[in-house]
Design a protein around this ligand. Structure first.
Ligand code: NI
Length: 395
């Protein structure tokens, strides 16, 4: 390890307690998407204490700007700051469990924020040696459409600072602290939400011939949807159609007048998602109208796919190897079907998104994201902050 990397590692150790304290404070005081007012105040206060220039382009969230001592390009590092609208559980977190009912940091965004504030401290100490500018993005509302990532990008703040590359991460319980998982190209899926209303004609269960049964029609539709994936789509193209909820009827002996379904489509390009939409609507239309019924169909595009730039991913991997060691850099073979609004930045700036291991045998840290017991192993801060700092110097 070079002297520079050693200095970074030492600083990460030095600021470890700080990051733990920040994380626990945020964890105790979670705020849901678009309501991150106290969280933003807290981050602004921390950045001001470091003497870092701040800007607030949106109602919540903010950016901090570190000017390096040498000329060079601008790099953005992004953390999302919002909590989920849910209640949390878990003895492992009892000292800092959410004090706000209906909000909980069960996706690890508190840790993303703490890690980036720790990175800010390391970089600020070493700014004389930085070539270029570092834009620290504390982004609101990752969990809710239209996505804080889209709003931050559209605010023009990153463009104003001449950002040329952007990097972001997510805690991942499937890997250990000190490990990261990277992948160039398709990394996470684009997301779509749909709502369908199958409108039939209600009546007595004993006289089905006088009705148009929306439950029978819905079953046909659901089964046919799966044939879009297996028969209409190129088999080398991964995609999902999931119905998450069906609602119809109220009694043993009544055929209801309508049925409602909601669900999600996942794919690795909006183009594929739109093709699936076209096929879905054709099926809904022909099935309902063929039986004399009608339908409503709504398809709401969510986040685009996270597609990692080859060059940025190579730089990330290089920084990771130098600071974590070769054995701790995991190269993912396959993408993941979950979504992330980091994708909006990548539509405009080359960038790379990656996973930081946060799971161990300690402290409930292997529970999946969005589980009420979800937790992280705080050891992650030692390597997470050092890695981001190393990335700034490695370009
Ligand atoms: Ni998340």
């Amino acid at each position: 390890m070079t002297d520079l990397k050693q200095t970074i590692r030492q600083k990460a150790e030095h600021y470890f307690d700080y990051m733990v304290q920040v994380r626990r404070h945020l964890h105790k005081n979670p705020e849901v998407s678009f309501k991150e007012y106290d969280t933003t105040e807290y981050i602004l206060h921390e950045l001001k204490k470091m003497g870092i220039e701040i800007e607030t382009p949106l109602e919540t969230g903010c950016i901090g700007v570190i000017e390096g001592g040498k000329p060079g390009p601008a790099i953005a590092l992004r953390a999302d700051i919002d909590a989920l609208a849910m209640e949390e559980e878990g003895e492992a977190k009892q000292e800092f469990i959410s004090e706000r009912s209906g909000a909980a940091h069960c996706c690890g965004h508190d840790a993303h924020t703490a890690n980036l504030l720790g990175t800010a401290k390391i970089l600020n100490d070493m700014k004389g040696d930085i070539a270029g500018k570092v834009v620290l993005v504390f982004q609101p509302a990752e969990e809710k459409l239209p996505g804080g990532g889209r709003m931050m990008r559209d605010s023009g703040i990153l463009q104003k600072h001449g950002v040329e590359e952007i990097y972001g991460l997510h805690m991942n319980p499937n890997y250990k602290p000190g490990q990261i998982a990277v992948k160039p190209g398709a990394f996470m899926a684009c997301t779509v939400e749909f709502e369908i209303e199958v409108i039939g004609k209600g009546g007595h269960a004993a006289t089905p011939h006088l009705t148009i049964d929306p439950i029978v029609l819905s079953s046909q539709i659901i089964t046919q949807f799966q044939s879009i994936i297996s028969r209409s789509l190129d088999p080398t193209e991964p995609a999902i159609i999931t119905i998450g909820k069906i609602q119809a009827g109220s009694a043993f002996n009544v055929i209801p007048a309508k049925a409602e379904m909601i669900g999600t489509v996942r794919a690795f390009s909006m183009e594929t998602a739109r093709f699936i939409k076209k096929r879905m609507e054709e099926i809904v239309k022909s099935t309902t109208e063929g039986a004399g019924g009608s339908y409503k169909f709504e398809f709401n595009e969510g986040y685009p796919a996270v597609v990692n730039d080859e060059n940025c991913t190579r730089k990330l991997e290089k920084a990771a190897r130098s600071i974590l060691g070769d054995e701790n850099v995991i190269k993912l073979e396959r993408p993941m079907m979950a979504g992330e609004d980091f994708a909006f930045y990548q539509e405009e700036f080359p960038g790379s998104f990656f996973f930081l291991g946060s799971g161990s045998d300690e402290a409930d840290s292997k529970w999946s994201w969005h589980h009420p017991r979800y937790n992280i192993d705080e050891q992650v801060f030692l390597t997470g902050s050092a890695l981001l700092a190393a990335l700034v110097f490695d370009r």
